[in-house]
Design a protein around this ligand. Structure first.
Ligand code: SF4
Length: 170
């Protein structure tokens, strides 16, 4: 078996929607080599090549797969999180087993669009950046009117994984 275990490290409330929770987990194996194969398997996924990571959606949850971390966002409850961990593990092992029959897709989204940036912001609409909404911030950011540092919530522990990924692509 390629991936033996996915260990839960933290369970926290989501910043944008306090009714939802997020799991930060650690896979027992570096999964980065499989991400282009998962990208090919899930057409709606988003692959980032520079710091290998893949984002995909399942049952209203947003799953971010990195080499040494898997983050499950927007979960309704812990039961859903545990089920999704099992699903992710099964999918990774299934894709690994079949990878000789899969043409890997290295298409990478390196240039963030406004919707992509917005999706990765904390979505608190807290105005700490000087804009009334996160969408306004994203729109002005892609025009070069802001640095990422203007969004102070992004620099808290809750958003560390997303922030590091954004920093790599901006
Ligand atoms: S600082 Fe701006 S971009 Fe960041 S969460 Fe608050 S409103 Fe959104």
């Amino acid at each position: 078996m390629f991936l033996k275990k996915i260990e839960v490290e933290t369970i926290r409330r989501c910043g944008a929607d306090k009714t939802k929770i997020r799991f930060r987990t650690r896979p027992s194996t570096d999964i980065s080599e499989l991400l282009p194969y998962l990208n090919a398997t899930y057409p709606d996924s988003i692959y980032y090549a520079k710091k290998p990571s893949l984002e995909l959606k399942k049952d209203d949850a947003v799953i971010l797969l990195e080499s040494e971390a898997i983050v499950l966002n927007e979960l309704s409850n812990t039961t859903q999180g545990i089920k999704l961990i099992d699903w992710v593990k099964e999918e990774i092992n299934r894709v690994y087993k079949n990878k000789d029959q899969i043409e890997p897709d290295y298409t990478s989204k390196e240039n963030l669009s406004v919707p992509e940036l917005y999706k990765n912001l904390p979505q608190l609409n807290c105005s700490e950046c000087g804009e009334v909404t996160c969408l306004a911030f994203a729109t002005k950011f892609v025009k070069g009117e802001y640095e990422l540092e203007a969004c102070s919530p992004l620099f808290t522990d809750d958003y560390q994984g997303i922030r590091e990924r954004l920093e790599d692509y901006i």
